[in-house]
Design a protein around this ligand. Structure first.
Ligand code: GDP
Length: 197
């Protein structure tokens, strides 16, 4: 599919304040700095649509964008900032899981994983919880340009291996680089399957 137009619609402090669930949507999430904003900008072709490198500790909101008047792209706040106080973490936890568990028009959650590093507990725990909650996901490995092919593949294999304990079928995954536009065609193809079927 091609994205012709993507517009920012609304930032919401909680799931109840999100736009009406009258269109299908997919949500993007990952550890802070994983490259989520860069990936969203690559997919939509709009520079700075999602703000890159948001400051740790600043208000965390659920951001809805409307794409071609047909579906919502949702940018969820990242997790895993080292210096965030416990109260902020609890707020993130509640806001995110309320959204993930209750949003009826949510078709898939795209979980972004940095492929430069071996599997991280925080990512595995998050993905496991999605699996246990029966939430459909796709995995997007990021920053492919910044790691040697073999090492990146080793990290991906280790991540997939770690998921076998919880997932009967390992979720489909994509290898991407916002820097080199790797994976753009494949991801747009997937979005086409989801929203044009
Ligand atoms: P977010 O916090 O998950 O939204 O991450 P950002 O998109 O702000 O990216 C965090 C940092 O990683 C920025 O300095 C980006 O320029 C960089 N970055 C993001 N994607 C890529 C990529 O595919 N390749 C490289 N080399 N750097 C990237």
């Amino acid at each position: 599919m091609k994205i012709k137009e993507a517009k920012f619609l609304k930032s919401s402090a909680n799931y109840e304040k999100c736009p009406p669930a009258n269109l299908p949507e997919v949500a993007f999430i990952g550890r802070s700095n994983v490259g989520k904003s860069s990936l969203i900008n690559m997919l939509t072709g709009i520079k700075n649509m999602a703000k890159t490198s948001s400051t740790p500790g600043k208000t965390q909101l659920i951001n809805h964008f409307i794409v071609d008047d047909k579906w919502y792209l949702v940018d969820l706040p990242g997790y895993g900032f080292a210096k965030v106080p416990l109260s902020e973490k609890a707020k993130w936890e509640k806001m995110t899981w309320d959204y993930l568990l209750n949003r009826v028009n949510l078709m898939y959650v795209f979980v972004l994983i940095d492929m430069r590093i071996p599997p991280q507990k925080i990512d595995l725990d998050f993905v496991k919880k999605l699996g246990q909650s029966d939430i459909p996901i796709k995995i997007i490995f990021t920053k492919a340009d910044k790691v040697k092919t073999l090492e990146g593949q080793k990290n991906i294999n280790a991540f997939r291996e770690a998921l076998t304990a919880d997932w009967a079928i390992i979720p489909e995954y994509f290898i991407t680089s916002a820097e080199r536009r790797t994976g753009k065609v494949e991801l747009l193809g997937l979005l086409g399957e989801i929203f044009e079927a």
